[in-house]
Design a protein around this ligand. Structure first.
Ligand code: SAM
Length: 228
């Protein structure tokens, strides 16, 4: 069955063009670098050795985040409901999801799971099931990071309103994300707000974003959670 993103895949970059988004990062790479920095520093704070980590990115799209982390982790895998998006990352081991609420992997397959800007494309009544699936395929002690647009940030709301590929998006606040994670049995939830600053000022004043990480107004947020 065709998924919504199959129709965007051939023109994905153009679909993301927005002057406000562009003012944060010219080519979008910065958005992925910021996320990888956060994920990597969270794992470092747990004392995890990245070279032993097997990572699944749920809704990996073009695989840009996975490619950034690839040199540092043991293995990378992607999955997505859109086969057309997966065709854009032939260099990455990936599996299509024929059921949006089922991850096509056996129990306890990975140490790290991420879902980046995916949940706002999942209907609210499918979010609990997807989160339970994440708990199933994660190994005990593993980490699940959900990264999402922050509906409390006015610039984020404006960009989402303007982008055609977000026309069916239903944003979720960090409180809702934490609720799904807790309901699926995840523990030790840790929320970081980021993307206060565009790329250039961030490079000069990254300490400012660190100082603001508990203030719930950044352009995006990450909720890190652990499986017991
Ligand atoms: C906005 S894109 C984000 C892609 C990538 N994570 C990134 O950050 O560039 C959303 C992606 O989520 C995928 N998606 C939507 N619903 C999904 C679901 N239930 N399970 C897995 N992927 C899903 C879409 O096909 C699309 O590739």
């Amino acid at each position: 069955m065709a998924s919504e993103f199959d129709q965007y895949a051939s023109d994905y970059e153009a679909m993301q063009k927005d002057p406000l988004r562009h003012s944060f990062s010219k080519d979008g790479t910065f958005f992925f670098e910021r996320k990888w920095l956060l994920i990597r520093s969270y794992l470092a704070s747990l004392g995890r050795d990245l070279s032993n980590v097997s990572w699944l990115d749920i809704g990996c799209g073009k695989g840009e985040l996975l490619r950034l982390g690839r040199p540092e982790v043991a293995s990378i895998t992607g999955c997505d409901v859109s086969t057309a998006m997966l065709e854009l990352c032939p260099d990455i081991a990936s599996r299509p999801m024929t059921d949006p609420e089922r991850l096509p992997f056996p129990d306890q397959s990975f140490d790290l799971l991420t879902a980046v800007c995916v949940y706002h494309h999942v209907a609210p009544d499918g979010r609990a099931a997807l989160t339970r699936e994440a708990a199933r395929v994660l190994r005990p002690g593993g980490v699940f990071a959900i990264i999402e647009h922050n509906p409390l940030n006015p610039a984020t709301r404006l960009i989402v309103r303007r982008l055609p590929m977000d026309r069916h998006a239903i944003l979720l606040g960090s409180w809702e994300t934490r609720r799904w994670l807790r309901a699926a049995g995840f523990v030790s939830l840790d929320t970081t707000y980021f993307l206060y600053l565009p790329e250039k000022p961030f490079r000069m004043f990254s300490g400012l974003e660190t100082a603001l990480k508990r203030v719930p107004l950044g352009g995006q947020y990450a909720v890190f959670a652990r499986k017991q």
